[in-house]
Design a binder for this molecule. Structure first.
Ligand code: NAD
Length: 498
């Protein structure tokens, strides 16, 4: 069932419109190259119109009671649930992940919509005592204005929801730029928001590239907040380009996540966790396990079992039943992933399995890459240091838990981390000492839940967190309010009335 090619538009100020230039680009399936839709290739003029619409809509939206804004998110969550199968199917076609994972991606957006919908009746501030008599103190969250939302292609429904749901409930308006590899899912996301009742101008979508659309949003003086999920390199560029306007910049960037397996681990569980974390979504998760740090006592056995398990994985189009690993996003990604295979071999790592693109057997012209495992990897090799963003993982032997933690921390990223051990003392040490925003005990590196903060340390971000209560700090500003009902001028720190 191929999706019929259709031409789509931007959504600005409540209307579906073409790009000012009239130019377009196509979105294609990474599994077979089918063209799934034609989208406007927008530019600065389109962004400016969208920002103007969002700025105008903000004046009323910020005054809509937060519980009502939350009700729209509840409706949105229900619509996502009604359309879950359709969206998952579309995701398998446009982005490539297998159906159960695609359904999980949509489920995350459902969960986030309900969680943030509920925030409409919370958005808690604080009341505190005053140091003076007859004076009342409180702090409240206030919306900020137009939020520029720039997203990657790997979680094409979940990631927009992590940003747009909290931004909306807090009273902001949005200009959304989805990745050019997944515009169709971005479009469906916005259509459902509109159906849920988001008013004209509050949500706008502008399709196009990072250089044209994204960069204009980043530099636009009327967009005070940019929330970006993408690569470290893009994050650095965005931060630099936004400096002129001293914007709030929220960055969720790359990872080089490790699973530690100690001698006392449950190996069955560890193998399952590693295979799921390294090869799920073809390794194209920011939390993918691209390093496995193994204590020497179990290294040989774990290596053998992992290679066996990886070779059992079935590659194919994500929408086919029984497929474990779908394609990678595009030909450029395929080339990058393969270049790291060559780099690993040149560095002296042992290629244990995979290491090549896969074709034939119904894989056609899709961007398939065999699950790849390197053994005997030195922690300083590039395959153990740089984000590959594909189905490649590196086994690193270590002596003991001290070395394991040192190696796990010895990278520039700090998103997710994991340890398999049956020793509770070691587990608690790992929780304390692993330098990462997320630590899993006896589970792989993936599986975040929406009510906990999500994000990383070091070069994975700039100190903010997505999801949970932490997300609210990205999309609101604190205001402290002092109400003096004494009828006289009291001076804090000077009038120390008793
Ligand atoms: P990318 O950085 O190439 O692009 C991300 C988005 O930024 C796209 O919409 C792109 O068009 C836009 N963009 C690119 N250059 C820009 C610029 N100069 N100004 C403004 N916008 C610009 O990333 P990608 O390939 O789409 O996604 C993969 C990356 O995302 C990986 O590094 C992965 O680890 C990361 N990621 C991180 C998280 C997280 O939560 N930490 C989650 C998912 C993905």
């Amino acid at each position: 069932m191929a999706t019929a090619t259709k031409t789509f538009k931007n959504f600005i100020g409540g209307e579906w419109v073409d790009a000012a230039s009239g130019e377009t680009f196509e979105t294609t399936s990474p599994a077979n190259g089918d063209v799934l839709g034609v989208f406007p290739r927008s530019g600065a003029e389109d962004v400016d119109r969208a920002v103007e619409a969002a700025k105008a809509a903000y004046e009323d939206w910020r005054l809509v009671p937060a519980p009502h804004r939350g009700e729209i998110l509840f409706r949105f969550g229900r619509l996502l649930a009604d359309h879950k199968d359709e969206l998952a199917e579309l995701m398998a076609r446009e982005m490539g992940k297998v159906l159960p994972e695609a359904a999980g991606d949509v489920q995350e957006a459902i969960d986030m919509s309900f969680y943030m919908g509920g925030e409409g009746r919370r958005l808690f501030g604080h009341t505190t005592p005053s140091e003076l008599r007859d004076k009342f103190n409180m702090s409240v969250r206030q919306p900020i204005g137009v939020i520029g939302v720039i997203t990657p292609w790997n979680f094409p429904i979940a990631i927009p929801s992590w940003k747009i749901a909290p931004a909306l409930v807090c009273g902001n308006t949005i200009v959304f730029k989805p990745a050019t590899d997944t515009p169709l899912l971005g479009e469906r996301f916005v259509e459902l928001l509109v159906e849920a009742g988001v008013p004209a101008g509050v949500i706008n979508i502008v399709h196009g590239g990072g250089g044209a659309v994204g960069d204009r949003l980043v530099r636009h003086p009327d967009v005070p907040v940019i929330t970006l999920t993408g690569s470290r390199e893009t994050g650095i560029e965005v931060m630099r380009n936004a400096a002129e306007n001293l914007k709030h910049i929220h960055l969720e960037l790359g990872g080089k996540n490790a699973i530690i397996v100690l001698d006392d681990a449950d190996l069955d569980l560890a193998v399952e966790g590693i295979v799921w974390s390294a090869f799920g979504t073809s390794g194209q998760r920011c939390t993918a396990a691209s390093r496995v740090i193994v204590q020497r006592g179990v290294y040989g056995e774990l290596q053998g079992r992992l290679v066996g398990a990886a070779e059992q994985l079935r590659l194919g189009p994500g929408w086919e039943q029984g497929v474990d690993v779908g394609p990678v996003i595009n030909k450029r990604a395929l080339e990058k992933i393969h270049s790291y295979t060559e780099i690993g071999k040149d560095e002296g790592a042992k290629l244990l399995t995979g290491g090549e693109a896969a074709g034939g057997d119904g894989l056609g012209d899709g961007n398939f890459y065999r699950p790849t495992i390197f053994g005997d990897v030195d922690p300083q090799m590039r395959v153990a240091q740089e984000e590959i963003f594909g189905p490649t993982t590196a086994l690193i032997p270590v002596r003991d838990v001290d070395e394991a933690i040192r190696v796990s921390n010895g990278i520039e990223y700090g998103l997710s981390s994991s340890i398999f051990t049956r020793d509770v003392n070691t587990a608690f040490r790992a929780m304390r000492d692993l330098e990462a925003g997320i630590t899993y005990i006896n589970a792989g590196t993936i599986g975040a839940e929406v009510h906990l903060p999500f994000g990383g340390t070091k070069n994975t971000g700039n100190g903010h967190r997505e999801a949970g209560q932490a997300a609210l700090d990205v999309f609101t500003e604190w205001k402290s309010i002092y109400v003096d009902y004494s009828g006289k001028l009291q001076k804090a720190q000077i009038d120390t009335a008793e």
